[in-house]
Design a protein around this ligand. Structure first.
Ligand code: ADP
Ligand code: ZN
Length: 515
């Protein structure tokens, strides 16, 4: 799995798996038949793309949406992966390219529209398929909402390909559909992955950095005697923090990739065996750690992404007993991260995606309502009620009626064509004298300068909160902001919107520790 994890970074540019992905990927890598139920936007495609790239042979992907296939093939090709699609939308040139790649054995992923299943059978038998992936697998269900008769042929194809390993994906979770998918697509019952992403025993909290060292000590000291992890942004800092904790009477050890291997192994081993030790670590720590009774995880610096955050806090409370998490974030973290993204050698598209992912993390940090709802919404999972076990539920932040401001921001996004980043939208709202805005004609829009009375920081905060609430979404590939369905009632004045007054890190912020 280490190889697979490194492909996650090198091919897709992701720092961490999303909830559920790792288990599914490793089951597929182990040769199991899999039926995975994940919410829309949860990241299903990666679950078959990653094994397809990591393993020898060809993976066949059956998917009902031509536009989606095209996007995926383009994305994979841009990342250097041999992928192709056979659909009715192909020209002869493209068909030839794909068939040649199959013949030469170079192709890793072949997307196939369901109506092509029959005609492609003989060719596929020759090519040798090592994995059959079925996207939107509920289409096989005759009672479901989008039954595709061609999907019924997938079972035949699977048999024709010698009962090839099969992995099916859907967002539809009801038991009947699941049973039908299992019966129609698989020879034997597959391993089913169906799990909410919530970890209800974890308390979630974020604090802007005011005096970070004191904030860390204030959190850890009352918890001395319990096992915990403190994640820090640099090797040096793990050492500094471990010393500070020891000085404060909390036994702590540093851990990072720069320690010599013996010390590293020793520290990990002691943490694993002993009770009540705190490990101050870089993100290098955790992969091989299997300690069920970690009682807290602190991020002394902003994590890399929402995915990394979820994975790292997820190391606490594996035994199911209550555990606490605290994430500190400061303006310096954000600036540093922006700079690292800008200065990286990555292509522009990857940089935009990285900025967008950072924005999603900041939106979580500055969420106006229940943090757990916000976190789960990011992964596509809806949770109707506030959780009662996060800092925002315990101590709701001060809100203001932001209906008009939100309407302005949403219409600025809409009027500029739903493809610009937060910086440009804020500039338009503020009516900044900006060459780009003039060039695009955005200075002629009605919203131009409508939000002059608010600062850039205020607009940025409002935009992030709209993102946190799911009224906008950011394209993962381009970083462009667009509206969601949720934005409509606000734009039409049917829904009033309360947002957080203060979000930016500031001095003297209240203590948001759990009671
Ligand atoms: P689904 O098919 O489940 O609706 P997708 O496979 O289209 O979802 O993924 C949704 C989005 O999540 C895509 O933009 C994808 O790039 C992104 N994504 C998937 N896995 C990860 C990950 N591990 N880290 C960050 N982003 C991810
Ligand atoms: Zn909550």
């Amino acid at each position: 799995m280490d190889h697979v994890r490194s492909l996650l970074k090198t091919v897709f540019g992701f720092d961490a798996f999303r909830p559920g992905q790792e288990e599914i990927v490793s089951a597929i890598m182990a040769g199991e038949d899999v039926l995975a139920i994940m919410p829309t936007g949860g990241g299903k495609s990666l679950c078959y793309q990653l094994p397809a790239i990591a393993r020898p042979g060809l993976t066949l992907v059956v998917s009902p949406l031509i536009a989606l296939m095209r996007d995926q093939v383009e994305g994979l090709r841009a990342a250097g992966v041999e992928a192709g699609a056979l659909t009715s939308a192909n020209g002869p040139e493209e068909n030839r390219r794909v068939l040649e790649a199959i013949d030469s054995g170079a192709l890793k992923l072949l997307y196939l529209a369901p109506e092509r299943l029959d005609s492609a059978g003989p060719m596929l038998r020759r090519a040798g398929v090592s994995l059959l992936a079925v996207d939107e697998a509920h289409c096989v269900s005759q009672w479901g909402h989008d039954f595709r008769p061609d999907y019924l042929r997938i079972g035949e194809l699977r048999r024709a390909l010698g009962d090839v390993q099969t992995a099916a994906f859907t967002a539809t979770a009801d038991a009947e559909t699941r049973a039908e998918i299992a019966a129609k697509l698989f020879a034997d019952p597959p391993r089913v992955f169906l799990r909410g992403f919530d970890r209800p025993n974890l308390f979630l909290a974020f604090q802007p950095k005011t005096s970070p060292r004191r904030q860390l000590l204030d959190f850890v000291r009352p918890r001395a005697g319990r096992s915990g992890i403190v994640y820090a942004g640099s090797r040096n800092k793990t050492e500094v923090l471990a010393k500070a904790l020891n000085d404060a009477g909390v036994p702590a050890l540093p851990y990072h990739a720069g320690l010599d291997p013996e010390a590293r192994a020793l520290h990990q081993d002691r943490f694993q065996r002993e009770d009540g030790l705190v490990i101050c670590a870089t993100v290098a720590f955790g992969m091989g750690v299997d300690k069920p009774d970690i009682r807290f995880v602190v991020h002394a610096d902003l994590p890399k992404s929402v995915e990394a955050y979820y994975q790292e806090i997820g190391r606490a409370g594996r035994d199911g007993a209550p555990a606490e998490t605290l994430t500190l974030y400061g303006v310096e973290d954000i600036k540093l991260r922006r700079m690292q993204i800008e200065e990286s050698q990555a292509p522009e598209a990857r940089k935009r995606a990285d900025h967008a992912r950072l924005n999603a993390l900041l939106a979580l940090a500055e969420a106006p309502r229940c943090r757990r709802q916000t976190l789960l919404a990011y992964f596509g999972e809806e949770r109707p009620e506030p959780c009662g076990a996060c800092d925002l539920c315990r101590q709701p932040p001060e809100l203001f009626d932001a209906t008009e401001a939100a309407q302005m921001a949403l219409s600025a996004i809409y009027r500029t064509g739903e493809r610009f980043g937060a910086g440009h939208i804020a500039a338009v709202l503020r009516g900044e004298d900006d060459a780009r805005a003039r060039q695009l004609g955005h200075d002629q829009l009605k919203v131009f300068g409508m939000g002059r009375e608010r600062s850039r920081a205020q607009w940025t905060s409002i935009l992030r909160q709209l993102l946190a609430l799911g009224l906008t979404r950011v394209d993962g590939a381009t970083g462009g902001w667009a509206l969601t369905e949720e934005a409509r009632p606000v734009l039409r004045g049917e829904r009033r919107l309360m947002l957080r007054k203060e979000t930016a890190p500031r001095r003297g912020a209240g203590d948001a520790r759990p009671a």
